[in-house]
Design a protein around this ligand. Structure first.
Ligand code: TYD
Length: 667
């Protein structure tokens, strides 16, 4: 990701180049060493074990020496550690093709990883010397993107060197030399680094320890348990896939170049999933998207295992990476939104450690397991299908990930009882699906228009003008208002607006408005709509959202729910919002203020903001009119909008009729 903020700091940029070279070298040497191990062995099983051995040798240091490495790196000069690690890795990689023995290759894999392990905390500890504290988080995010971003690049570089190597060098030797070269250049960059003295402590907590520790509190929350299970699933899928790539490439007849490209595909997919995840199906619940991403990853793993065609496997590998990336980014988003402040950082760092551990262990086990399973031939009549050990491993992984996805979906689902199909269909069309309220018939006829706005916005005048215009054009119009359009409503209105009513609680006030509305819908609005009339109401649910939720600072969702229940889910076809600053609107009054009008100006400002937020969230259903304009202009804007949603077009000549109306003001 582009973070010019930190990268424009020159010394940091230099460190960043050094870190990029180091991670590029790490990934490239991983590929080169696994490929070299593959090349040094013969049979299918032996090759699989050899690849597994390299991965295991690379896993061992972090498991065994993780915490020690941190403590050790802390005692030494940061720059010296980085420089030393680069030089050592350069030497080790250079020696592998020269020695040409599998045992030495394993040892070199182990030792290069150990050097990287010491180097990383030294890099982290250098950042504070180069970057002002407020940019730390950015520096950290640059670092994460650098580490993962260099993986696909390494895949491509490896593929290219493998193709070139075919011309003049045996097997993966050239790739080993190139990785050695990358570390050497890295060493030169580190040499020119001016870090100054830094005594910022480094710490490397033990990875397995953190994972076990984390489960203790994560186990308590259903949400975190769901995320853990789902992330376990995608990391397993990703790890197994990465682990079997070298033997799969061989089975596909693709060799090292194919291996590099498949590797690049997985990580490119991963990076795009992480980038695009938050933008996918924005109207779908993030928790549901998480479960779906895990399930999709599992399902894609099946064809990735069975299809024996390089290009298809390349694409499918990218899709597996993508699914895992979406799941990861979505999990982060869910944690950001829903996990308590004091647990948020711990939870996400716990989940990240979990992903790393599961990913690495499954990458180690995959080749070994596929070596143990070997190749089988399935005979189906005349057809025979050769199934590889690698495919079997991926299929087992797909089943486990599928189960994990189902578990994750069930545990994290925040829309239980709402069919996924409807939710998905809605999300694809860009609208959040609102479930119908049970037992309520959908409105099929008529047209329902609400007028909303603060005090003195001119709703009453405009709603009456609209009613007259529509009647004049042959529509049957019912003009009504809240609160107090029914007999019961009149009594509620008296309680609500009388200044004698003191100490009415916010919740009681909300329920009384909702009660008035329930009666209004039941006795007036719904019968009129069923009769096919146009219903125009002066205030409706949005007034409660603006006044009782935003104004009284109660939870918007709660007020929305109460009102959805009260109205049986009846929503206007159009809401006209007459927007006016409270300072203007409140001055239009001649009569003494009622209980709500006499609220302080702050309250009315919140109400106005509430109305505007509601309109912004659903622009198709709203007409927002600046109510400080000339009345005729407002009338015309409203007519234009209403004309566009009327069941039958109103003849253009109707406009002439409008202008002949006697002006009706403040009835
Ligand atoms: P009303 O005299 O009808 O005023 P207006 O001409 O502004 O519509 O009074 C309704 C008052 O009740 C108004 O101040 C807004 C308030 N109100 C709510 O607080 N919540 C609601 O749900 C509704 C319908 C109105």
């Amino acid at each position: 990701m582009n973070k010019p903020g930190v990268l424009s700091i020159k010394p940091f940029r230099r460190l960043w180049i050094a870190v990029s070279l180091s991670s590029l070298g790490d990934w490239l040497s991983l590929l080169a060493l696994t490929a070299a191990a593959h090349a040094l062995t013969g049979s299918y099983a032996a090759q699989a074990y050899a690849v597994g051995g390299v991965l295991a040798a690379k896993l061992l240091p972090v498991l065994v020496f993780g915490p020690v490495a941190g403590a050790l790196a802390d005692r030494l000069d940061r720059r010296a550690v980085m420089l030393g690690a680069d030089v050592v890795r350069f030497g080790l990689l250079l020696s592998v093709p020269l020695v040409g023995r599998l045992e030495w290759l394993f040892a070199a894999a182990f030792l290069t990883e150990l050097a990287s392990l010491l180097r990383r905390p030294a890099e982290d500890a250098t950042v504070p010397a180069l970057v002002p504290p407020k940019l730390y988080p950015r520096a950290k995010s640059v670092a994460v993107w650098t580490v993962y971003g260099s993986a696909p690049l390494a895949g491509v570089v490896f593929a290219v060197t493998s193709l070139l190597a075919g011309l003049f060098l045996p097997g993966p030797d050239l790739a080993l030399y190139v990785s050695a070269g990358v570390f050497l250049v890295g060493a030169v960059v580190v040499f020119t680094l001016k870090t100054g003295p830094t005594r910022h402590p480094v710490s490397v907590p033990s990875l397995p320890g953190r994972v076990l520790d984390g489960w203790k509190y994560a186990g308590g929350s259903e949400l975190v348990r769901g995320l853990v299970i789902g992330l376990f699933g995608v990391s397993l899928a990703g790890g197994l896939l990465i682990g079997v790539l070298r033997p799969s490439a061989a089975a596909l007849g693709a060799g090292d170049a194919g291996y590099g490209m498949l590797f690049a595909a997985v990580f490119l997919g991963l990076a795009s999933g992480m980038l695009l995840g938050p933008r996918i199906l924005r109207d779908l619940s993030r928790r549901r998207l998480f479960g779906l991403a895990v399930l999709a990853t599992a399902l894609v793993l099946v064809p990735a295992a069975l299809i024996q065609e390089l290009v298809a496997v390349f694409v499918l590998s990218g899709v597996v990476g993508f699914g895992a990336g979406v799941a990861g980014a979505t999990a982060e988003a869910v944690i950001g939104q829903e996990v308590r402040d004091d647990l948020r950082d711990r939870t996400s760092s716990y989940l990240r450690s979990l992903v790393r551990v599961v990913l690495t262990i499954s990458a180690v086990l995959a080749p070994a397991a596929s070596g143990a399973l070997g190749q089988h031939v399935l005979a189906l009549g005349d057809l025979s299908y050769r199934i590889q050990g690698t495919a079997e491993v991926l299929l087992i992984g797909a089943v486990v990930t599928l189960l994990a996805g189902l578990g994750a979906f069930r545990l994290t689902d925040d829309r239980r009882g709402i069919p996924l199909k409807a939710d998905l269909y809605g999300a694809l069309q860009g609208v959040a699906y609102v479930p119908p309220v049970p037992g309520v018939k959908k409105k099929e006829r008529g047209l329902f228009i609400a007028f909303e706005g603060g005090e003195g916005a001119g709703k009453t005048t405009q709603s009456r003008l609209l009613a007259i215009w529509l009647r004049d054009n042959g529509f049957d119009v019912v003009n009504t208002r809240e609160p107090g359009a029914t007999k019961v409503g009149m009594r509620l209105r008296a309680i609500l607006l009388d200044r004698e009513t003191t100490a009415l609680s916010d919740r009681a006030e909300s329920l009384l408005y909702a009660a008035d509305r329930a009666q209004h819908v039941d006795a007036v609005i719904r019968p009129a709509l069923e009769h096919g009339s146009v219903v125009i109401t002066d205030r409706y649910v949005d007034s409660s959202l603006a006044y009782q939720a935003y104004g009284r600072e109660q939870a918007v969702e709660e007020i929305r729910e109460v009102n959805a229940w009260a109205t049986g889910g009846l929503v206007p076809d159009l809401t006209v919002l007459l927007d006016v600053p409270p300072s203007v609107g409140l001055n239009r009054f001649a009569s003494p203020a009622d209980r709500i009008e006499s609220e302080p100006e702050d309250f009315h400002n919140r109400v106005r903001r509430g109305f505007r937020a509601l309109a912004d969230a659903d622009p198709d259903r709203y007409l927002v009119v600046d109510a400080s304009q000339d009345q005729d202009a407002i009338t015309r804007l409203i007519q234009d909008k209403v004309r566009s949603i009327l069941p039958d077009p109103v003849p253009a000549s109707a406009e002439d009729v409008t202008s002949t109306f006697p002006a009706i003001r403040d009835l």
